[in-house]
Design a protein around this ligand. Structure first.
Ligand SMILES: C[S@@+](CC[C@H](N)C(=O)[O-])C[C@H]1O[C@@H](n2cnc3c(N)ncnc32)[C@H](O)[C@@H]1O
Length: 276
């Protein structure tokens, strides 16, 4: 059906798709993606049974709206309002909403449309928050903003409505609790920083630490013992190679698309790790 991610996301995997497909198992039962982000691989595969998860609530609100007729229609209507009202001043008005005490009480479709609108109109199309968890990307200074592609969003909505997709919000460990022998889990965590460089981890106010990478490697081992197919992508760092030394590590070249600063652009080595 050829559907594209709805948002541009730091660490998005569209440009690594061919490699991910090359290294994934040919057959599996249910699909799990605990760090869904923009969902590049999910939308390429479109599995009939999937569990998706991310710790970022604003991102998840979009997928929840795609999985409901009412919220989907309200969200589309609100996106049209954003397009009509768009200006520099309006951008900052919408951006500041998460600083208000009642932000968590606003309807899910409003939070979803805000996330999409900010993603399409901010500088570099990046979701980034400060240490308080407030969205802090400056405006992209666009005169006009197109927030969605009609055909694509309709296909996304149909995909969520017509398949068995469980949407979770929380930590990656909880997201795979129901995975069983024969299922397939793809982990795409925030990157371990390349030596001497900072890596983007500001998806939420909690940064992803070395301990989190270790916790993930332990989970990778636990799932492997259960007969679950597991694939993971990350930077090709000494730390990641050490954590996964008992598994198959494939080195691939990737083009860095978005980062917090332009010095992070260029080609970098990444790894695709599998337990099969
Ligand atoms: C590299 S991105 C995933 C990109 C995705 N594969 C794509 O194609 O767009 C990593 C994601 O992990 C999420 N994340 C960070 N810490 C997490 C945690 N502890 N549990 C679950 N998700 C987390 C971030 O919000 C971010 O969306």
């Amino acid at each position: 059906m050829n559907i594209k991610p709805i948002v541009k996301w730091a660490g998005g995997k569209r440009q690594l798709i061919d490699k991910l497909i090359e290294y994934m198992p040919q057959t599996y039962n249910a699909y799990f993606e605990p760090f869904i982000g923009g969902g590049a691989l999910l939308f390429e595969l479109m599995p009939k049974e999937a569990t998706i998860n991310d710790v970022n609530e604003e991102l998840l609100s979009i997928y929840r709206c795609l999985a409901s007729d009412d919220n989907f229609n309200f969200m589309i209507h609100d996106l049209e309002e954003h397009e009509k009202n768009h200006s520099e001043e309006y951008y900052y008005e919408i951006r500041e909403l998460d600083r208000k005490s009642d932000f968590k009480t606003i309807p899910i479709w409003k939070r979803a449309s805000r996330t999409i609108y900010l993603n399409k109109s901010c500088f570099n199309g990046l979701y980034r928050v400060n240490s308080n968890g407030y969205f802090n990307v400056p405006s992209g200074k666009k005169k006009k903003v197109q927030t969605y592609d009609k055909d694509n969003i309709k296909k996304l909505h149909e995909y969520f409505m017509n398949n068995h997709i469980t949407i979770l919000q929380g930590d990656f460990e909880d997201a795979v609790k129901s995975a069983k022998n024969g299922d397939f889990v793809y982990f795409d965590p925030p990157y371990d920083p390349l030596d001497g460089k900072e890596s983007f981890t500001s998806y939420t106010k909690y940064n992803f630490s070395k301990e989190d990478q270790k916790r993930l490697a332990d989970l990778f081992k636990t799932l492997s013992k259960k007969g679950i197919y597991v694939m993971l992508s990350n930077h090709n760092t000494a730390y990641i190679n050490e954590l996964y030394k008992d598994f198959n590590i494939h080195v691939v070249q990737a083009k860095r698309m978005i980062n917090s600063d332009s010095s992070g652009r260029g080609n970098v080595e990444e790894v695709i790790i599998t337990n099969y």
